[in-house]
Design a protein around this ligand. Structure first.
Ligand code: ADP
Ligand code: MG
Length: 662
């Protein structure tokens, strides 16, 4: 039964993954990587004979072999037994604590990692499902124990000073005759099950009660259970025909940037009795229920078979239960199925089919992943009322949320015409774009860039940043204006100088004398001058003024004349004193030999790649003896070197870092 070909296994895995609810989740962590598989764990619990169930001969038809396996009589051959192996087998004497600690407790921690988990009790009516899940005040079952531990865990993990704030909510529903009924609000009628754009299964309108203590849980759970019990007495056996689903959601919000959010869902399910009612000869309502035995249970079997066989289509949508469990079977949850069986011979056929179902479920593969998202709204970070204060909390609520009032409402689809803006709601962006932005944001964060990662910056901080940018822009504008004024003053000063020394000035400078005369401070630094003054400057006897020549026109002339371009490139050197040039080269050389890759990137024409190349060459060949070595070690070509030198020396001169002539 277990010998399967690798291709069959692969197909089954594929089906498990592609049909899983989380297949297009944008927010899953490591979206590029395939989450590791986690097989559905299966445990079998054999209950003891209970009052009234033991027959005349009370020898059991099934018995345990060890902590993982059991055997059951083979009805085809009385000489033989059928052996089954599971993840765990709990015999008649096992306690509630054994089952809880052995099979359920270990998966609870996944909820705090933002992963989903589910526990399903399966088996024929009277086999002990409700006893296992709920138990009694003396022998509490999985539900009270799990809630107790989970609430304790969340209290510890979400305590003040810990990185995450945690909150827990509970919902309790029943699926009866393909109707989803809210046990916390029985008046709400049949609810629909939906899937949002990220593959999350939702029940819009389902009550979610926040709980912080076990007393809170009991306060909601006990009356809701009574709702179910009232139905059971009235509808005769209703409880064994319906599925009771307790949903516990653990929401986590990171207290500091990048304000990640995680959500883990725990389903605790007491399934309807799995006995075949057609065989038991039910009539009336029971017969109607068993038209397909119980549609949900029947489809559950088909879903498990489809996943087990690796079929391309898994019929999750054929029933309410399987739709709800879409991410628990072949999906994203850590799942444990507890198959409950009784020892009585009269239950033999139902026990056998329950064991076969359990054996098939064992082959189902899930791929749990962390359901984590960054704060998707560039709108305010959602902080709790307590953390924010009442007025702030109202402001912090997004407009969408205020409108729908339902945190489970699926996000509206992105409008194609929506323009990208820094204030855009990220959740409505193209997922591919969003993924890139988020990874860029993470990259910036990890490289310790000076800038604040915008995507995870809360709105208030962002507004401040944008204001600063605006102010800086104004400042730049103001400085540009000042620079223009200074240039004008220089021109005027030059005009005065030229009128004074008319004898040695070329006639072309004469018109400038007509300009407004302003006394400029003596220039110590290099300045950018208009072309018509450069030739005059070349003849100027004033050695303190160093000219940075714009030779665009000259270049064009050279090109027209088909002269080698290098000639034009070299012109700038002629315009700087040799002392200044040497000083510039020395500065650049020093940076090349001592600067880090980051320092090197501050040089003109040096990008990240070149900076790393330079550092690499330095480590390999030792320090550069001259700037021209860059060409020798093939970091740049001769032409690139020329423009590199030009740009940097002129830049240094303009920034006044070369000082006066040496
Ligand atoms: P189900 O929910 O599968 O229909 P129940 O949980 O109601 O079955 O169990 C039927 C009866 O068997 C109940 O009286 C329950 O107390 C008893 N029972 C079930 N399992 C055990 C067990 N492991 N130990 C003792 N009594 C049990
Ligand atoms: Mg029951």
């Amino acid at each position: 039964m277990d010998a399967r070909s690798p291709s069959q296994l692969r197909r089954r895995e594929m089906a498990a993954v592609t049909s899983g609810a989380g297949r297009c989740r944008l927010s899953k962590v490591g979206a590029g990587r395939r989450p590791p598989p986690a097989r559905v764990r299966v445990a079998v619990r054999l209950r003891p004979f209970v009052d009234g169930t033991a027959g005349a001969d009370d020898t059991p038809c099934v018995r345990g072999l060890d902590s993982c396996s059991l055997e059951i009589a083979n009805w085809r051959n009385h000489q033989e037994t059928l052996k089954y192996q599971f993840d765990a087998f709990y015999g008649e004497r096992s306690s509630q604590q054994d089952i809880y600690a052995g099979s359920v407790q270990p998966i609870l921690r996944h909820l705090l990692e933002g992963q989903n988990a589910s526990v399903l009790a399966y088996g024929p009516t009277g086999a002990g499902k409700t006893h296992t899940m709920l138990g009694s005040p003396e022998q509490p079952g999985v539900i009270p124990r799990a809630l107790m531990d989970l609430l304790q865990l969340t209290r510890e993990e979400g305590a003040e000073g810990r990185p995450w704030a945690l909150s827990v909510t509970m919902s309790y529903l029943e699926i009866y005759q393909e109707k989803v009924l809210d046990l916390l609000d029985p008046a709400s009628g049949d609810l629909v099950i939906r899937e949002d754009c990220r593959g999350n299964i939702l029940i819009p309108g389902l009550t979610h009660k926040p709980i912080t203590s076990f007393a809170d849980f009991e306060r909601h759970f006990l009356p809701a259970s009574r709702n179910r019990t009232v139905g059971a007495t009235r509808l005769n056996q209703r409880s064994s025909r319906s599925h009771a689903v307790l949903l516990v959601k653990v929401d986590q919000r990171e207290r500091l940037a990048p304000f990640r959010q995680r959500e883990g869902k725990l389903y605790l399910i007491d399934l309807a009795g799995s006995e075949d009612n057609r065989r038991t000869g039910n009539k009336g309502l029971r017969l109607k229920e068993s038209g397909a035995i119980n549609t949900s249970l029947f489809v559950l079997g088909k879903v498990v078979d489809a996943l087990h066989q690796g079929l391309p289509r898994v019929p999750y949508r054929d029933s309410k239960l399987t739709r709800l469990l879409q991410d628990s079977l072949g999906g994203s949850a850590h799942s444990i199925l507890i198959a409950n069986i009784g020892p009585e011979r009269c239950f033999y056929q139902d026990t056998l089919s329950a064991l076969n179902f359990a054996a098939r479920s064992k082959e189902v593969i899930n791929r749990p992943f962390t359901n984590e998202s960054l704060q998707l709204l560039l709108a305010p970070v959602k902080l709790s009322q307590k953390e924010l204060g009442p007025s702030e909390a109202k402001k912090a609520r997004g407009p969408e949320e205020e409108k729908t009032g339902n945190p489970e409402s699926p996000a509206p689809p992105a409008s194609a015409s929506q323009k990208f803006s820094p204030l855009q709601k990220l959740s409505s962006m193209d997922p591919a774009v969003l993924q890139r932005l988020l990874s860029l944001d993470r990259l910036l964060g990890s490289q310790g860039t000076q800038g604040t990662p915008l995507l995870s910056t809360p709105r208030r901080e962002r507004m401040v940043l944008m204001k600063i940018v605006e102010e800086k822009d104004l400042e730049i504008e103001r400085l540009k204006m000042e620079q223009k004024e200074l240039e004008a003053q220089v021109l005027a000063q030059k005009a005065v100088d030229s009128t004074e020394g008319e004898n040695c000035s070329p006639p072309m400078l004469l018109p400038l004398a007509r300009r407004r005369v302003t006394v400029a401070k003596p220039l110590q630094k290099a300045v950018v001058m208009p072309l018509q003054l450069i030739q005059e400057q070349a003849a100027s006897p004033n050695p303190d003024i160093h000219i940075l020549k714009k030779n665009r026109k000259r270049k064009r002339e050279d090109l027209d004349a088909s002269e080698p371009q290098e000639k034009a490139e070299d012109c700038w050197e002629l315009q700087l004193s040799s002392g200044l040039l040497a000083h510039g080269r020395q500065k650049i050389l020093q940076l090349l030999n001592e600067g880090s890759a980051r320092d090197l990137r501050s040089l003109q024409r040096i990008g990240e790649k070149k900076a790393q190349l330079i550092v690499g060459c330095r480590e390999l060949h030792g320090p550069f003896s001259q700037v021209e070595d860059l060409e020798r070690v093939k970091v740049m070509s001769g032409r690139q070197l020329a423009s590199f030198l030009k740009a940097n020396i002129l830049g240094l001169a303009a920034a006044g870092q070369l000082g006066g002539p040496s």
